[in-house]
Design a protein. Structure first.
Length: 279
């Protein structure tokens, strides 16, 4: 669930907290976390951290040696900033990186999925970042939205990291609500005005999300990341715009929340989950 606003703010906090730190070592705590073999993580020992940034839902820690660590939290990954470093191995732990001045970064996952991962990349190697689409708030993506005749649903497009990077289920719901578009609307069916609304909604929702995330202290530790969405996960709650109860529909194995009055002209969308049950 962490999407670009959570990951961007997390990258900023890690960068500030580890400013000028030297990499001292690491403890691999999960079998599947490290996705690369060469260069080995040992090659980072003694390197000084130069900056921390984000691309899509990935955070990069750049070192003066030219190497970098990249990590991805998937759905349930979390990050603890530890000072002094702990020696514990919490359930779902992925890796603990140790830095100078008694600091450590622990990556772990709650729940049962084991999808969070990390990479050690040599200069020029983009690893998992290769092939990602443009950032959601970029001019490049806005231009694409204005002209593309993509027949997929906008909700699907927003979550496809090869088309546009950084948005997941949560902000996709909020973007469509903000733009007053049906969760079933296809991009090619949208008018020029609707496309402009969509571009504006993507930018506003992500900017507001980032502003909220910048108020979060520490790493990204909480199992529940907070009720920071406008409509996502809030079926049955009154729409903050019109007061109608928000509705849910099952779509591509997850739940989409929308406002029937604001987004679908009053129409309640058919829930495919029900039709599967009666098969
Ligand atoms: Zn509404």
């Amino acid at each position: 669930m962490p999407e670009s606003p959570q990951m961007q703010a997390l990258a900023e906090r890690i960068g500030a907290w580890l400013d000028g730190a030297t990499f001292e070592g690491y403890a691999p705590l999960g079998f599947t976390g490290l996705k690369t073999v060469e260069p080995p993580p040992e090659a980072l020992v003694g390197a000084t951290l130069r900056r921390v940034d984000r691309r899509a839902k990935y955070v990069s820690l750049w070192f003066d040696s030219g190497l970098r660590i990249v990590f991805h939290l998937s759905q349930a990954g979390r990050v603890d900033l530890e000072s002094p470093p702990k020696r514990t191995k919490p359930k779902g732990a992925v890796v603990r990186w140790r830095f100078s001045d008694d600091r450590a970064v622990l990556v772990r996952e709650h729940g049962t999925e084991r999808k969070a991962g990390w990479w050690v990349l040599a200069p020029g190697d983009d690893g998992p970042l290769a092939g990602l689409g443009p950032e959601a708030a970029s001019d490049e993506f806005a231009q694409w939205l204005r002209s593309a005749s993509d027949g997929r649903r906008v909700h699907t497009i927003l979550r496809d990291q090869h088309t546009v990077a950084g948005v997941g289920r949560g902000y996709a719901d909020d973007v469509l609500h903000r733009a007053k578009l049906s969760p079933y609307a296809t991009l090619k069916s949208l008018s020029a005005d609707e496309r402009e609304r969509l571009i504006e909604a993507v930018r506003a929702v992500l900017a507001e999300g980032l502003e909220r995330e910048r108020a979060r202290p520490g790493g990204l530790s909480e199992n529940k990341l907070g009720e920071h969405f406008t409509v996502h996960g809030k079926a049955g709650v009154p729409c903050p715009v019109c007061g109608e109860d928000l509705a849910r529909v099952s779509y591509e194995s997850h739940e989409v929340v929308y406002c029937p009055r604001c987004q679908t002209g009053g129409k309640v969308l058919a829930d495919r989950r029900l039709s599967r049950l009666v098969k």
